[in-house]
Design a protein around this ligand. Structure first.
Ligand code: SAM
Ligand code: SF4
Length: 356
């Protein structure tokens, strides 16, 4: 990768060895171009691998960025820092009333970024068309089971029908591809891998399995209990013939396979993905930067440090100063998540507060 360097500028006193590059480069030669923005830490489900039944101590309203503040920071990332893709997530991003306006403002940026959403799908049946009209390009919907009783047990809410309706609404609104994110848990839903793929193939959705990560608020993750990428693939192969996808992976976290004999909605070979964050880490190719709902930059899901942009923004910093702080935050990105290091510490914020 070539790091674009501005010539003649003085070294930054805070990060003196950082080249004076415009983008979000780090000392391992990566450049972050994919921004994940958490719009809220709140959610209308309580997935067992994410949150306790009673929910979490939510961020106070005054700490959460306003719609205008989010739009301003996304603008800084796109116009000044080389971000080309913006994904809105949470918590549950669809519960944020300002979402259509945030998406519309993002779509109006030059250069226009690709805009995507990660959601649990509830209310997407009625929101997909207006969000599409506002500029949303793609959506990922989380779905871990097709069994209504199991869904209720897993998410602690009886909303499977709403999620299925949300998926259908996204496809009807013209979002392509509509992706499904699935986390398998041993003894809970690990017998459903093939059934979920059958469903996705029949409906024209692209399914991706995500290895469960140590990001639950309850700190209940157990590596020995985790369903691995290898196990997921073995389970799929009991019913489907998978061949390695010849397409370039780039910074994408999912390894993908073509499912022999099936095509997607566009008539292309159907794919299934596996994100082996734990057993097949892709940190060396990571191109992510993250902004939490309370305006903290995180270089990694597993970072234990954050950089406060909200304070600077509310104290009157201009866009150049916000960009400078963001660059310094990303320069400090670590080489990898270190889950396998004996010294690994789970970040203080759970997934729902970081933005998954
Ligand atoms: N509420 C939205 C949703 O569920 O899609 C967006 C936020 S959620 C935190 C984003 C993604 O993270 C979901 O696909 C969810 O399944 C996944 N996730 C949550 N906790 C996880 C964990 N401990 N390990 C792996 N994935 C997790
Ligand atoms: Fe909510 Fe998403 Fe966490 Fe489930 S995974 S509790 S839907 S934030």
């Amino acid at each position: 990768m070539t790091i674009p360097v501005r010539s003649g500028a003085a070294p930054d006193p805070v990060a003196p060895h950082r080249p004076d590059a415009t983008g979000l480069v780090d000392r391992y030669g990566r450049a972050a171009t994919d921004l994940r923005v958490s719009l809220t830490d709140r959610c209308n489900l309580r997935c067992t691998y994410c949150m306790p039944a009673e929910g979490l101590p939510w961020l106070p309203g005054t700490q959460v960025l306003t719609d205008d503040e989010i739009i301003r920071l996304v603008g800084v990332a796109v116009r000044l820092l080389g971000v080309t893709e913006v994904r809105f997530t949470g918590g549950e991003p669809l519960i944020r009333p300002g979402l259509p306006a945030i998406i519309a403002a993002t779509a109006a940026l030059t250069p226009r970024p690709v805009i995507s959403l990660t959601s649990n799908g509830i209310n997407l049946d009625r929101l997909a068309a207006p969000l599409r009209a506002a500029g949303l390009d793609r959506v990922n919907v989380s779905l871990d089971t097709l069994d209504p009783a199991r869904f209720t047990e897993l998410t602690r809410r009886p909303r499977l029908d709403a999620v299925l309706a949300g998926l259908a609404g996204a496809a009807a609104a013209g979002m392509t591809p509509v992706k499904i994110n699935t986390v398998l848990m041993r003894g809970v839903n690990d017998d459903e891998a093939a059934a979920l793929l059958r469903f996705a193939l029949a409906e024209g959705y692209e399914l991706r399995f995500i290895e469960q990560m140590p990001l639950d608020a309850q700190h209940g993750w157990d590596r020995a209990e985790m369903v691995t990428a290898e196990e997921i693939l073995a389970s799929l192969r009991s019913e489907f013939r998978l061949t390695a996808d010849p397409a370039e992976r780039g910074g994408a976290p999912a390894e993908t396979w073509l499912v022999d004999g099936f095509t997607d909605r566009a008539g292309r070979p159907a794919r299934v993905g596996v994100i082996g964050s734990v057993t097949r880490p892709f940190c060396g190719d990571c191109d992510r930067t993250r902004l939490t709902a309370d305006g903290q930059v995180r270089a990694c899901l597993f970072a234990t440090e954050e950089s406060d942009l909200r304070g600077a923004l509310r104290a009157g910093a201009d866009d150049e100063e916000l960009a400078r702080r963001w660059r310094i935050a990303m320069w400090g990105k670590r080489a990898g998540h270190g889950i396998d290091d004996p010294s690994f510490l789970q970040p203080a914020r759970p997934m729902s507060a970081i933005g998954g």
